[in-house]
Design a protein around this ligand. Structure first.
Ligand SMILES: *Cc1c(COP(=O)(O)O)cnc(C)c1O
Length: 235
């Protein structure tokens, strides 16, 4: 686990690069939320990041997110960014600020059911597989339009935008076309003025490519290793 000074240095570095990317793109820094992806890191690391000023955290597994939410005594915001199984939905409704990974009507309907039962409205994003990678979750191509219409009918689910996990690459420029595609898709869906649909969120960009994502319009970037250091999956 990184010390406060080490993590502060990482966060200052990421912050400077976000600001530079915003400047290049003529965007205001306030348009971009940095989500610190804390998966596999202990709660102490989350608290260190919080001491450095971060309040928004992302987890890709329900059980790990719930453990951290249960154990912390701090006011933090939690985003579920990984694949979500319908049988786990009940554990996070009313506790997560946003679910980034909706990729089926079945999942959206389960979120609707649990949200209605708890009397809350859950903000969600549709996860797109823009590069059409076989190994990835997410909706491919025009199928998104039907899913948007179906989700718009759900009263306790609020569709806020789109999310993608771009291909792993050493060359961030190679993902620019995918980020641009996600942005274009979100503008197109928004132009249809569907009730209960407001495409204001674009969740894209990770440690390796967040600057390109910010240049292409990301409103939420998800940065893990750039903040917490390399993940250790063995512990
Ligand atoms: C792990 C993860 C990230 C963060 O990845 P880094 O490369 O460590 O920044 C972002 N998004 C999702 C969906 C993830 O699972």
């Amino acid at each position: 686990m990184l010390s406060y000074d080490e993590m502060k240095r990482n966060i200052d570095n990421i912050e400077a690069r976000i600001q530079a990317a915003c400047k290049r793109a003529g965007r205001d820094r306030s348009e971009v939320t940095l989500i610190a992806v804390s998966k596999t890191n202990p709660l102490e690391a989350v608290h260190t990041a919080n001491d450095c000023g971060l309040k928004v955290f992302g987890e890709n597994r329900v059980q790990e997110m719930c453990l951290k939410m249960d154990e912390t005594d701090r006011e933090l915001e939690w985003h579920l960014i990984g694949h979500l199984q319908t049988n786990k939905v009940k554990y996070i409704i009313g506790r997560t600020a946003m679910i980034h990974s909706v990729d089926s009507l079945k999942l959206a309907q389960e979120i609707e059911k649990e949200s209605a039962a708890k009397g809350v409205i859950t903000p969600v994003l549709i996860e797109m597989n823009v590069a059409e990678e076989e190994s990835k979750f997410g909706v491919i191509g025009d199928a998104v339009y039907e899913l948007v219409r179906e989700i718009s009918e759900l009263k306790h689910v609020s569709l806020k935008g789109l999310m993608t996990v771009a291909p792993y690459t050493e060359d961030p420029e190679s993902n620019r076309k995918y980020f641009r595609k996600l942005k274009d898709l979100s503008v197109d869906i928004n132009s249809k003025n569907i009730d209960n649909v407001n495409m204001s969120v674009l969740s894209m960009g990770m440690t390796g490519d967040f600057e390109v994502a910010v240049e292409e319009g990301a409103t939420h970037i998800r940065v893990g290793t750039g903040i917490f250091g390399a993940r250790n999956y063995e512990v």
